[in-house]
Design a protein around this ligand. Structure first.
Ligand code: NAD
Length: 480
């Protein structure tokens, strides 16, 4: 079928779709991974939000077929329109996320939205590999998977939609989102907002879809649906396990418990400021935030003092005991009621009142304490004294639990940066900076909201959301 015919069929499908009514369209321009699909284009979508998961998936199949026929320049236009709208709506979406979930900080969620908008790579990430030699040329190009099912967390509801919207569409896919039930309103509003921007740019409707009332049941349907070509699961251990046992190709991004190591050669005032900036960000909800600190004994007092000078609120052993009873449940895990709450809320639970500009609570504990070993997702950083650098690394490796997620070190010794990175083997590693630097916030490089440790893709970009296709031209196009 030639290009003109495909364009004509897509034009007809769009016209029928926009006229409304549950149109059954033979989508001749088929999605990359499932050619010649007879697509039911459902009615009732409200800027991508459907009442039924089957409708959301079918609309996504049709949208992907339309996108595939529109070409690369349209993808660029769509990505640019998403960036423009997401930037303009960043504050509103951030405030909505806080109101919706009762977690985190609007100023920091806005910063996360902005970072996702500005530093998520677009189509430029899809640079083909090319090999030339005596036998001609072979190239490897990046093709869409088709429909991606993306299960998203409540900790970063709107920034994940922006990041996935840009990266997955840049790679030519459509996306059916499975939002966290605790973050429905903000997640759905982000989807609706971006869909409107896509249509204004001339793109197809329903490139991003979801259902109005997501549940674990609908998440499971998404995970096993034959029309979903790739599964991306971002969340805790349970969703990672579900994705990896779904029988479908899955990219799984799981929990972290990032340790920060401070040795006796570190620039302590800077380390203190960096650790506070990282650990207090959005009340410590991002998975990459510093979550416990191992400091060499000889500089521990000084580090704690510097952190207090930089605004951290130090609590004593008795306060730690009282807070532990409240923040840790009977099973030894974090009490969800306090996840993402401010330092003021945490401290008022034990009768303390911190100044309103306090961003982080700090305390000293033993290595075994749940504030060290559990991923709290609260703005409280446990500090553990260790005899020397080697003991710090060993404790950090234990506390990271093999998640292969994120780790941070403050040291003046390059040999220790190398050594720690080799021993902890995480996807994201920062030396002498706050955690966010590794995702482009005050550091170089791109940002990603999905850090796939369990399945090994690391910080995901459009290339990761693509299929590699290899084309050989033996004897041709070697022009030297
Ligand atoms: P969560 O695991 O409670 O939920 C995440 C998503 O998975 C939600 O949409 C939820 O509905 C769904 N889900 C949960 N269990 C499921 C199951 N058994 N089957 C199908 N779907 C299921 O996590 P959360 O509280 O929303 O987010 C916080 C967690 O996510 C933390 O552990 C954090 O470290 C992690 N996280 C990781 C990354 C990363 O890139 N690695 C990014 C953000 C958050």
């Amino acid at each position: 079928m030639d290009e003109a015919r495909i364009t004509e069929i897509v034009r007809q499908v769009l016209a029928e779709f926009q006229a409304g009514g549950g149109t059954v369209a033979k989508a001749a321009a088929a999605p990359a991974a499932s050619p010649s699909v007879a697509t039911v284009v459902p009615s009732g979508g409200n800027d991508g939000i459907f009442g039924d998961i089957e409708d959301a998936i079918n609309a996504s199949v049709a949208a992907q077929a339309q996108l595939a026929a529109m070409g690369m320049d349209m993808r660029k236009k769509i990505v640019s329109a998403i960036r423009q709208t997401a930037l303009a709506e960043s504050r509103r979406l951030a405030e909505l996320a806080v109101a919706d979930t009762g977690m985190g900080r609007a100023d920091h969620k806005q910063a996360k939205n902005d970072l996702a908008t500005e530093k998520t790579p677009g189509t430029e990430d899809l640079v083909p590999d090319c090999f030339t030699g005596d036998h001609g040329m072979t190239f490897v190009d990046y093709a869409p998977f088709g429909v991606i099912g993306s299960i998203t967390p409540c900790t970063n509801p709107t920034s994940t939609i922006i990041n996935h919207g840009i990266a997955m569409i840049a790679a030519g896919n459509s996306v059916v989102f499975g939002p966290h039930p605790a973050a429905i309103q903000s997640t759905l509003e982000a989807i609706r907002t971006l869909n409107r921007a896509i249509i204004r740019a001339g793109g197809p409707p329903n490139l991003l879809t979801s259902i109005a009332e997501p549940t674990l049941r609908t998440a499971k349907i998404l995970m096993t649906h034959p029309k979903v070509n790739l599964l991306v699961a971002t969340g805790g251990a349970s969703v990672v396990k579900a994705a990896m046992t779904s029988g479908k190709r899955a990219i799984a991004a799981g929990p972290g418990n990032p340790p920060v190591v401070v040795d006796e050669t570190a620039d302590l005032p800077k380390a203190a400021r960096d650790i506070i900036a990282g650990a207090s960000f959005d009340n410590n909800m991002p998975c990459i935030c510093e979550k416990e600190c191992f400091v060499v004994q000889t500089v521990a007092d000084q580090l704690i003092l510097e952190m207090q000078h930089a605004g951290a609120y130090l609590i004593n052993r008795q306060h730690v005991d009282s807070l532990t009873k409240i923040l840790i449940n009977e099973e030894g895990h974090p009490n969800r009621e306090y996840v993402g709450k401010s330092p003021q809320v945490l401290l008022s639970a034990i009768g303390l009142s911190a100044p309103s500009n306090t961003d982080l609570v700090i305390c000293e504990t033993a290595e075994e304490h749940p504030f060290v070993q559990e991923e709290l997702l609260m703005p409280i950083l446990a500090i553990v004294r260790v005899p020397d650098y080697n003991a710090a690394v060993e404790a950090a490796v234990r506390a990271e639990h093999g998640f292969r997620h994120t780790a941070i070190i403050h040291t003046a010794r390059i040999d220790r940066i190398t050594d720690f990175a080799k021993r902890i083997r995480v996807n994201l590693f920062v030396a002498n900076g706050p955690c966010g630097a590794v995702l482009g916030s005050g550091g170089e490089g791109y940002m990603a909201m999905t850090i796939a440790g369990p399945t090994g893709e690391g910080a995901c970009t459009p290339r990761i959301f693509s299929i590699r296709r290899r084309v050989a031209l033996p004897g041709s196009l070697r022009v030297l």
